[in-house]
Design a protein around this ligand. Structure first.
Ligand code: TA6
Length: 282
């Protein structure tokens, strides 16, 4: 059965069975734009200045970073997956699967046969992400990957991140040997720009959104690394697709395979997942 082909920025909504939770995504980048509870409050942040322009990334929600995380490489920052429309290949009331396979546009930037499929499923208080990358070609290829999730928080000054104590991180804001250190804090507060890749991070982490009296629990599978990012004041002002004060209402806690690229032999498959659970404290 061929599924209807929505336009790249069409809002596709999925709803949890027997609950009020819902999520909204668009085919462009297989980009999750929103995740909502019964109260209608967004659990993700999308900038009011976000671009919805072909060829540009959407600021907020869950950018899919593939086949390159970050800007150090031959591809556009965070790769090409978030810059191309995906096809809807499976649909149910509470979940959608979208797929991007190599085409003339992707091959012009990254001359590699690939297929990436992502399933987004919503359940009570929970959002599940699953990803599968296939190598249909005759040669191996390597990639890095991340879900670059922008969590909405009531006030960054009242927000703490947990679960990373003892993890080695690479501070993207520091050059030289001092860039590598071990996280010592069980409770990480954010009061300046932070941009850290935590290598081999625990599979369970959390964000205490004390401003909105809720906790986000992040559980990852087959994604060794995590990224903690907040642009803070100066970088926020340099981002045209971001409102200068929006850093106060967001934090990125990302799950990925970043430090060690994944090499996929011909005919092989790579799978990974991440689940978000929100606990409301009333
Ligand atoms: O995940 C952190 C990071 O790599 C930061 O260095 C910052 O560049 C952020 O991603 C946003 O990247 P983007 O290309 O979406 O502006």
């Amino acid at each position: 059965m061929s599924l209807p082909t929505p336009a790249p920025y069409d809002r596709l909504t999925i709803r949890a069975a027997g609950a009020h939770d819902s999520a909204v995504l668009c085919p462009y980048g297989c980009h999750v734009l929103g995740w909502y509870g019964a109260d209608g409050r967004d659990r993700f942040m999308v900038s009011r200045n976000a671009d919805f322009i072909p060829g540009k990334p959407i600021r907020g929600g869950i950018p899919v970073c593939f086949p390159q995380f970050g800007g150090k490489g031959p591809l556009p920052p965070h790769g090409i997956a978030r810059l191309n429309p995906w096809a809807v290949t499976a649909s149910a009331p509470d979940q959608l699967t979208l797929t991007l396979a190599d085409n003339d546009a992707t091959r012009a930037v990254w001359p590699v046969p690939f297929r990436i499929a992502m399933t987004v499923a919503v359940a009570p208080q929970t959002l599940h992400l699953r990803c599968q990358v296939d190598n249909p070609g005759a040669a191996p290829f390597s990639f890095t990957f991340a879900w670059h999730t922008y969590f909405a928080v009531g006030d960054i000054a009242l927000t703490t991140v947990h679960g990373l104590a003892g993890t080695t991180f690479h501070d993207s804001l520091v050059q030289g040997p001092g860039a590598v250190a071990v996280e010592t804090r069980e409770s990480i507060a954010i009061a300046e720009e932070v941009d850290r890749i935590y290598a081999n991070a625990p599979d369970r982490m959390s964000i205490a959104d004390n401003g909105r009296r809720r906790t986000f629990v992040v559980a990852k599978q087959n994604l060794p690394d995590a990224v903690l990012w907040n642009p803070w004041i100066a970088k926020s002002r340099r981002m045209a697709d971001f409102w200068p004060e929006e850093f106060r209402g967001m934090v990125c806690l990302e799950t990925g395979a970043i430090m060690a690229p994944v090499t996929l032999p011909p005919g092989q498959t790579w799978q990974a997942a991440t689940s978000f659970t929100v606990q409301d404290h009333g």
